[in-house]
Design a protein around this ligand. Structure first.
Ligand code: UDP
Length: 452
């Protein structure tokens, strides 16, 4: 267990944020902050997760922790230290929670034992940091086994789940066989969308709090059009044959609409099917599949495999399609640099697609909507909660239907629906729903209903 230190927010960012949400929302935010301060009292509100860098949870904590502090709420952030086996087990537990029925993800009793034993060591270290008056908010399955040791030792223990499955499978039931007993003594379990609350948790113990984005982070800050060129070249989407890890052939036609999916190279993101559906059914457009450099990701070797699947599919394309489809792997060494590249790629796309087979929430969708893009997303998980079909984006009812996928994308690329209009309404929806004041309001409500 070690403590993490968020990047911090500049006063200018906070000022810009308050101006963006306006006086009325600022007022509500300040009232919520005052009540949370009162709830926390002389204690501290702790966030605990499994990494300080990489992934949506870390990205959110880098914003929420400093924002809460600026609002006078004492907050600290701790990160658990697992060993390789612990993270192997929790990766599989996460896959199961996403519904995986792959035998490779199965957990045997010795795996669960290791998870519990290692968690007990982490709990002991956390108990040395926290006080009896503190409130602790644990994130995701990596921290769930800390609940029993914390309950009773601190004033409140909450567990927030960022993964989920729309329809339970044998895999997700197996995950919940492990998780549910651990959560019995939690004050509440929090989910990103109501649809992901497992039936077996009692109503009084659950709450819904969607993730939020920060408009001024390197991922989301405005980037003037005139400054985007060098980023696009580096991301492999410019005119030149780009440096680095990009699969492309020849020059492509910059006058054609650009379709983009930014995702980890993961089975559930279905990147190779995006490629197949696009090539088959979206004429006169370009496609970029954009993800992290899989060779730089030590703890997720599966990404290399799925990237290779995409590369193999690309290399079998006819010449005319090979030039209009690119696969690009963004450098990972510097998180802010990676985020800026993602930012510019999303901003430049005419259509952002997210053809996931399952999704906890889908931050890439929120990010693209915030940037005013027309988004075509699968109607799964949080994507279905974020997009209102035909108003703030387009929803693909069956994520496996490549023909329908291509039809929806073509509606935008050929201008048969008003892409900029979808994008403008999408941006307003994110402004109204998924900015950090929504988190404070929800946490205020959570603490006032679940702490004594
Ligand atoms: N992301 C990134 N670089 C990449 C690919 C993804 O920074 O090369 C970010 C993306 O912008 C988003 C997060 O990773 O903020 C992915 O979150 P999401 O909820 O969409 O999916 P997850 O990967 O958590 O399943």
């Amino acid at each position: 267990m070690h403590t993490a230190h968020p990047r911090g927010l500049s006063p200018t960012e906070v000022g810009d944020f308050l101006a963006l949400i306006g006086k009325e929302r600022e007022q509500r935010l300040r009232e919520a902050a005052r009540r949370i301060r009162k709830q926390v009292g002389a204690g501290t509100l702790w966030h605990v997760n499994s990494t300080a860098a990489g992934g949506g949870v870390a990205e959110m904590l880098h914003i929420l922790v400093p924002l809460y502090r600026q609002l006078g709420i004492p907050v600290r952030w701790a990160v658990i230290d697992g060993d390789d086996r612990f993270f192997d087990v929790t990766k599989r537990l996460g896959n199961l929670a996403y519904g995986s029925v792959d035998p490779a993800d199965r957990l045997d009793p010795a795996d669960v034992d290791h998870y519990l034993t290692r968690s007990a060591m982490e709990a002991k270290e956390l108990l040395a940091l926290v006080g009896t008056r503190d409130l602790v908010l644990l994130h995701d399955h990596q921290t769930a086994a800390l609940v029993p040791d914390l309950a009773g030792a601190v004033r409140g223990v909450f567990w927030r789940c960022h993964v989920g499955v729309d329809a339970p499978t044998a895999g997700s039931r197996a995950a919940w066989d492990v998780l549910a007993p651990l959560l019995e003594r939690a004050d509440a379990a929090i989910f990103s969308i109501a649809r992901h609350i497992p039936e077996r948790l009692p109503d009084h113990q659950v709450a819904v709090i969607p993730p939020v984005i920060w408009p001024y982070s390197p991922k989301n800050e405005p980037v003037p059009r005139r400054m985007r060129g060098p980023y696009l070249e580096r991301a492999g989407l410019g005119r030149e044959r780009p440096p680095g890890y990009v699969v492309s052939e020849g020059a492509w036609d910059p006058a054609q609409p650009l379709v983009v999916q930014v995702s980890r190279w993961d089975r559930l993101k279905d990147m190779h099917a995006v490629l197949a559906g696009f090539v088959e059914g979206v004429p006169d457009a370009r496609l970029a599949l954009v993800g992290p450099d899989p060779t730089a990701i030590a703890d997720d070797v599966e990404q290399r495999r799925w990237f290779e699947v995409c590369r193999a599919a690309w290399s079998e394309l006819p010449d005319r399609d090979r030039t209009r489809v690119r696969l690009t792997c963004l450098p990972m060494a510097n998180g802010d640099d990676n985020a800026r590249l993602v930012n510019v790629v999303q901003r430049t796309a005419d259509v952002v697609v997210q053809k996931s087979l399952a999704e906890g929430f889908g931050l890439t969708v929120t990010e693209a909507m915030w940037k005013g893009r027309a988004v075509v997303g699968s109607a799964v998980g949080g994507i279905a909660a974020q997009i209102e079909h035909g108003r703030t984006g387009l929803l693909l009812a069956d994520p496996g239907d490549l023909k329908q996928f291509a039809e929806l994308v073509t509606l935008v690329t050929e201008g048969q629906v008003d892409g900029p209009g979808l994008g403008a309404r999408a941006r307003r929806h994110v402004r109204d729903t998924y900015l950090p004041d929504a988190d404070l309001l929800a946490v205020d409500e959570l603490l006032s209903t679940h702490t004594t």
